[in-house]
Design a protein around this ligand. Structure first.
Ligand SMILES: Nc1ncnc2c1ncn2[C@@H]1O[C@H](COP(=O)(O)OP(=O)(O)OP(=O)(O)O)[C@@H](O)[C@H]1O
Length: 273
């Protein structure tokens, strides 16, 4: 597709945890400027995959290369936005302080701003549209504003790969749309690569060009058109499913309820994928 090298290359990745097989033979590549949605129901293995990419879990088999080197060697290329951080409203930390900690969070003490760091922090705040609440305490911000502050924290070191764990989970419709727009701008304006997990792919459809669809630790990967096909997903689920398109949304449903147990039906329909 391109003569560039992939920023992330995952090949035949298998991970075991607690003696159980959690991920099996997962393979996909991501290139600069791509946004990939990692979709799966509860327990499918999304967080395990992210933690493996971050070098926090060691795989049983397969490889993860970031910038053509093993994941642990290139952590500076990766920005990570965890699922949920609870900020105490009394915490004396402004948005710009939180972002500043993204530059040298390992140093103890209050953040110190010189001209260079101030510029980097201002750029990150601007990239996420957080200038208006830069001097407010993070604990006093709305959920959507906190999400932006944490993304700015991840962006301030200018990562090439930004990984976000379920960033849309606690946002209302408007805030979720605003965040999707922001991710779309990051891939276009900064040629950043974005990997974002979600239960429902629909809010991400306007901006995503790759999809990793996880079911019980196995993945179908490719473009949305390649992956979201009845034949591909039926094979992945292990029973027949249909793919319905309605009003710009995609729904995956089991074909014959009598062929799928109730748990399977719920999870198939449940992430609205
Ligand atoms: N440390 C562990 N030891 C044993 N099993 C684990 C461990 N961590 C996760 N698992 C199991 O691995 C499976 C995948 O979990 P994971 O958290 O990766 O799923 P997920 O797709 O992120 O789910 P959710 O959407 O609910 O966050 C689950 O069955 C979980 O119980």
């Amino acid at each position: 597709m391109t003569n560039q090298s992939p920023i992330l290359a995952v090949a035949d990745l298998s991970v075991d945890l607690g003696g159980r097989s959690i991920l099996r033979d997962v393979s996909f590549d991501l290139y600069p400027g791509q946004l990939c949605a990692l979709i799966g129901e509860n327990g499918a293995g999304k967080t395990t995959l992210l933690r493996t990419l971050l070098g926090l879990i060691t795989q049983r088999a397969g490889t993860v290369l970031i910038g053509a080197a093993p994941a642990r060697e290139h952590r500076e290329l990766v920005g990570y936005v965890p699922q949920k951080i609870n900020f105490d409203p009394d915490l004396p930390l402004r948005t710009r302080d939180l972002v500043r900690l993204g530059l040298d969070g390992q140093r103890l003490g209050l953040p110190f701003f010189n001209g260079c760091t101030r510029h980097a922090v201002d750029q990150a705040l601007q990239a996420v549209g957080a200038e208006d609440f830069a001097d407010q305490r993070v604990g006093e911000l709305s959920g959507g504003q906190q999400q932006r502050a944490v993304i700015a924290h991840a962006l301030v070191r200018k990562p090439r790969l930004l990984i976000l764990d379920e960033p849309l989970a606690n946002l209302d419709f408007g805030s979720a749309n605003a965040l999707v727009d922001l991710l779309g701008r990051l891939i276009i304006q900064q040629q950043m690569t974005v990997l974002v997990t979600a239960h429902d792919m629909n809010p991400l459809i306007p901006v995503m060009d790759r999809l990793v669809y996880l079911v019980d630790g196995r993945a179908a990967t490719g473009t949305v058109a390649e992956v979201v096909q009845a034949e591909v997903l039926s094979k992945l689920y292990g029973y027949p499913v249909s793919v319905l398109h309605h009003g710009g949304r995609i729904l995956v449903l089991p074909d014959a309820p009598e062929n799928a147990d109730v748990a399977n039906m719920n999870r198939c329909a449940g992430h609205g994928a």
